[in-house]
Design a protein around this ligand. Structure first.
Ligand code: ADP
Ligand code: MG
Length: 263
């Protein structure tokens, strides 16, 4: 299998009034094509920092990130981002939000519309093409964000707690939707979540990060076959993986809290 992304010795230190904070300790991660990597870890451990560096929105203070062997130092259409908070353009319709990247690249309008329509339908928003973001629920807005990211046909999807603001039921439906799309398109995904259930259900590999300064503490392949149906959540294999990860994450959350107490 080919590695598409290499994170090599990536460290991020932030300067502040008292000196500096080490947000991310030298971190290495090799991501193979079609991996669906879910990243867990206590709040403040550097998950978003790591994703922002891969996105090219932030620069490491040491180390480097290579995508298909090329050094990353700025955002690019080869990485599609979906964040927790809704980042749609409020003045554009669903259709024009999804077309946005294609328009920027100068695609002919007819081709933009055709590709956008395909993804709008894949995320179940047929009939909402002319709606504006504020007319949609949170779950629907995130579906538009996913369609917009996919329409650019990126090499990777970078998702930072994309379902974090949704209610439990909507969140479970979104997990299934994303999983279905991934099973069909086999994109390579880095997906940050604090939900262990979500991490195991959708991920082909779960990475657990340590309390700040973040580093990779555990990299666990999830041996559950795809396609996955939500009923696997009640299987003994799923429960065992979840129990193991819960223990690992709890240890780091406790460490993070002790650190916060002395900060
Ligand atoms: P997570 O996403 O895991 O909750 P973050 O990556 O957002 O964690 O943050 C990791 C650490 O880096 C935190 O201590 C945070 O306060 C610090 N940090 C993040 N971004 C900045 C910044 N722009 N300036 C200073 N400190 C930052
Ligand atoms: Mg974060």
């Amino acid at each position: 299998m080919t590695n598409i992304l290499s994170i090599r010795g990536v460290e991020r230190r932030f300067a502040n009034a008292n000196g500096s904070t080490l947000a991310l300790q030298a971190t290495d991660l090799e991501v193979a094509e079609n991996d669906f990597i879910t990243i867990l870890g206590p709040s403040g451990c550097g998950k978003s920092t790591l994703l922002r560096i891969v996105a090219g929105l932030d620069q490491p203070t040491a180390g480097e990130v290579l995508l298909d062997g090329h050094h990353i130092d700025e955002p690019g259409a080869d990485r599609g981002m979906v964040f927790q908070s809704y980042t749609l353009f409020p003045w554009l319709t669903v259709r024009d939000n999804v077309c946005f990247g294609l328009r920027e690249r100068g695609w002919p309008r007819a081709r933009q519309l055709e590709v956008a329509q395909g993804y709008i339908e894949k995320v179940g928003l047929r009939g909402f093409e002319n709606h504006y973001p504020k007319q949609l629920s949170g779950g629907m807005q995130q579906r538009v964000a996913i369609a917009r990211a996919l329409a650019n046909d990126p090499r990777m999807l970078l998702m930072d707690e994309p379902f974090g603001a949704l209610d439990h039921q909507t969140r479970e439906l979104m997990q299934e939707l994303l999983l279905g799309i991934w099973e069909a398109e086999r994109k390579t995904v880095l997906f940050v979540t604090h939900d262990i259930d979500e991490a195991v259900f959708i991920g082909s590999r779960v990475v657990v990060m340590s309390a700040r300064p973040g580093r990779i503490k555990l990299d666990l392949p999830v041996p559950l076959p795809y396609p996955r149906h939500y009923s696997i959540k009640t299987s003994p294999e799923f429960a065992a993986l979840k129990a193991d990860l819960t223990e690992q994450v709890r240890t780091e959350v406790r460490a993070a809290q002790e650190m916060a107490a002395v900060d």
